[in-house]
Design a protein around this ligand. Structure first.
Ligand code: NDP
Length: 478
C-alpha cells in the first residue's frame, strides 16, 4: 500500500518514499511513505493559507463536532493504531495503547475547548468607550514533530491548532510517519474542509526547512532536539513568526533518606527506563541522599534485572528496543563516555540479541557520578541513568537545579516540608512528588524552563496562548 501526502484535501503521490522500519525486527517494513517534494510543500502551505479565512469563520460548534469525530475514531481504531505505534517506534503495546488513548482524549478535550473560547470586556479609562479583548486564530501553523511520541505529540499540536480556528501544515519525523499518516487519514475522513489540515512527509532539512522559512506560515510549533530547535528559532524568529519549542531534558529525580524505598525504586525504574528512556521527561539524573544511597542503588539494580527487553509487541515485554541504529549508537557512545569519565556501571548497558534482529539494549545504571560529567549534562535519550550521591537535601536541590535544562524534576520523600520546599524551588516547568518525572495528564500545561522550552506552554487551555492572537477593540458607545 502506498501512503501519499495530504495536500488541499487530496492524496498526492510524492517523488520517492521513506521506508518505515520496525525497530524490534529490522526485516519488517511497516510501510512506505511518500516524501513530498519542495513544490508539494509549497502547495500544502498555499492550501492552508487559502483555507485559512473560511476556517477561522466557522462556528465553534462546527469545529467541536469535527474534533469530536476524530477523537471517537481514534478510540474506535485504538487497538490497530497501538499495534502500528508499537511496531514503528518500539514502545510496548501497553504503552502504545496508552498513547493512542491519550491522542483520542486530546481531540475530545479540544472539541470541548472550542466552546470555551473566551474574551474579556473591561471598562475604559475614557468616558463612553467600551473595551473588548478577544482571541483570534494565529493563522497558518507549521507543526514539526519528533519520533518518540508518534501519535500523541501530533495530536497535542493539531487538535488545539484546529480548535482555535487555524489551518495546519504538519511534518512528522521521517522515522515514524505511520501514525501521523493514520491520523491524517482519520482527520481527512472526518470531513474537514480541503486545505485545513495538510500532511507532508519528508526530511527535516528539506520539508521542515521550507516550512520554517516560508512567510505564509505564521507560527511554528516544534518538538525535538535542542540544536534543531535553536536553528528553527533563529530562522523563524528572524522573519517574525511565532515560535514554540519543546526540547530536551536532563531531569533530576531526588531520593531523600526518608523516602519509602519501594516507591523510590518503582518511580526511578519507570522514569528512567520505561519506554526505553526515550522521553524528554525521563529521569536521567538520580540524585540520592547518602543514607539511602546504597539500598536504593541495590534495589534499582535488582528491579532492572527483572525487566524483559524484547519485541515491543510480544506479551510480557516491559522495555522495547531503541528506535533505530543511530539512536543506539548515541546511547552506546554515552555509555562509553560515562565509563571513560570514571562512572561505575552498576548494571546493563549491553547490546542484546533476541529472536528477531532489533536494536536491543539493556538499561544502563551508573553510580559514583558527579554532576559535572557529560553523562549528567547532556541528553542521551536512551535507557541510561546515573546516580549522583549527595550529603543532604540542600545539596540535592542545588544539584537538581544545576543544569542547562528545566523540563521536569521529581522528589521521593515522606517529609511534607521538604516536598513543599522542592515544589517551590525546583527550576522546572513541571515537578513531581513521589511520581516518575515522565507521565503527565493531557488537560494541563506541559513545558519547561531554561534550555528545555521556548515560548508559551502546550496542552490544556494554556495552548490558547500560542494558537491564538489577542485583539483589543475600542468601541464608542452609541
Ligand atoms: P530532531 O530535532 O533532529 O528532529 C525533530 C523533528 O525536526 C523531526 O521531524 C525532524 O525531521 C525535524 N527537523 C530536523 N532538522 C530540521 C530542520 N533543519 N528544520 C526543520 N525541521 C527539522 O530530533 P531527532 O528526531 O532526529 O532526534 C535526535 C535527538 O533529539 C534524539 O537523540 C534526542 O536526543 C532528541 N529528541 C528529543 C525529543 C524531546 O522531546 N526532547 C524528542 C525527539 C528527539 P526528520 O527527523 O524527519 O528529518
Amino acid at each position: 500500500m502506498t501512503h501519499a501526502n495530504l495536500i488541499a484535501g487530496e492524496w498526492i503521490r510524492g517523488t520517492d518514499a521513506v521506508r518505515d522500519i520496525n525497530p524490534s525486527d529490522t526485516t519488517d517494513v511497516v510501510g512506505e511513505y511518500d516524501r513530498a517534494s519542495a513544490a508539494q510543500v509549497d502547495d500544502a502551505i498555499a492550501a492552508a493559507r487559502h483555507a485559512s479565512q473560511a476556517w477561522a469563520r466557522t462556528t465553534v460548534q462546527q469545529r467541536a463536532d469535527l474534533l469530536e469525530k476524530v477523537g471517537l475514531e481514534i478510540f474506535a481504531r485504538r487497538a490497530e493504531l497501538a499495534d502500528l505505534l508499537a511496531r514503528e517506534e518500539g514502545k510496548t503495546l501497553a504503552d502504545a495503547t496508552g498513547e493512542v488513548g491519550r491522542a483520542g482524549y486530546i481531540f475530545k478535550f479540544f472539541a470541548q475547548e472550542c466552546l470555551r473560547i473566551q474574551g474579556e470586556r473591561v471598562g475604559s479609562v475614557r468616558p463612553g468607550v467600551d473595551v473588548e479583548i478577544t482571541r483570534e486564530p494565529a493563522g497558518v501553523i507549521g507543526l514539526i514533530t519528533p519520533w518518540n511520541f508518534p501519535i500523541a505529540i501530533p495530536a497535542w499540536k493539531i487538535a488545539p491548532a484546529l480548535a482555535y480556528g487555524n489551518t495546519v501544515v504538519m511534518k512528522p519525523a521521517e522515522l515514524v510517519p505511520g501514525c501521523a499518516w493514520a491520523l491524517a487519514e482519520i482527520i481527512h475522513k472526518a470531513g474537514f474542509p480541503a486545505g485545513v489540515f495538510n500532511l507532508v512527509v519528508g526530511r527535516g532539512s528539506v520539508v521542515g526547512e521550507k516550512m520554517v522559512n516560508d512567510p505564509r506560515i505564521d507560527a511554528i510549533s516544534f518538538t525535538g532536539s535542542v540544536p534543531t530547535g535553536r536553528g528553527i528559532l533563529a530562522k523563524a524568529a528572524s522573519r517574525g513568526a511565532k515560535v514554540q519549542l519543546e526540547m530536551g531534558g536532563k531531569n533530576p529525580l531526588v531520593v531523600l533518606n526518608d523516602a519509602d524505598l519501594d516507591v523510590a525504586v518503582r518511580v526511578a525504574l519507570d522514569g528512567a527506563f520505561f519506554q526505553t528512556g526515550q522521553r524528554c521527561t525521563a529521569s536521567s539524573r538520580l540524585i540520592v541522599e547518602e543514607g539511602i544511597h546504597d539500598k536504593f542503588v541495590a534495589g534499582l539494580a535488582e528491579a532492572m534485572q527483572k525487566q524483559v527487553i524484547d519485541d515491543a509487541r510480544k506479551p510480557g515485554t516491559t522495555i522495547g528496543p531503541v528506535v533505530d541504529q543511530s539512536q543506539l549508537d548515541q546511547d552506546i557512545n554515552y555509555i562509553d563516555i560515562a565509563k571513560a569519565e570514571g562512572a561505575n556501571l552498576v548494571a546493563g548497558g549491553e547490546r542484546l540479541n533476541r529472536e528477531k534482529s532489533g536494536f536491543y539494549l539493556s538499561p544502563a545504571l551508573f553510580s559514583e557520578t558527579t554532576n559535572t560529567m557529560r553523562i549528567n549534562r547532556e541528553e542521551v535519550f536512551g535507557p541510561v541513568a546515573s546516580v549522583i550521591r549527595v550529603k543532604d537535601y540542600d545539596e540535592a536541590l542545588a544539584t537538581a537545579n544545576d543544569t542547562a535544562f528545566g523540563l521536569c524534576a521529581g522528589v521521593v520523600t515522606t517529609n511534607l516540608k521538604k516536598a513543599a520546599h522542592f515544589r517551590r524551588n525546583a527550576e522546572t516547568g513541571m515537578v513531581m512528588v513521589n511520581l516518575p518525572t515522565a507521565g503527565v495528564d493531557y488537560h494541563v500545561p506541559f513545558g519547561g524552563r531554561k534550555g528545555s522550552s521556548y515560548g508559551s506552554r502546550e496542552q490544556g487551555r494554556y495552548a490558547a496562548e500560542f494558537y491564538t492572537q489577542v485583539k483589543t477593540a475600542y468601541v464608542m458607545q452609541g
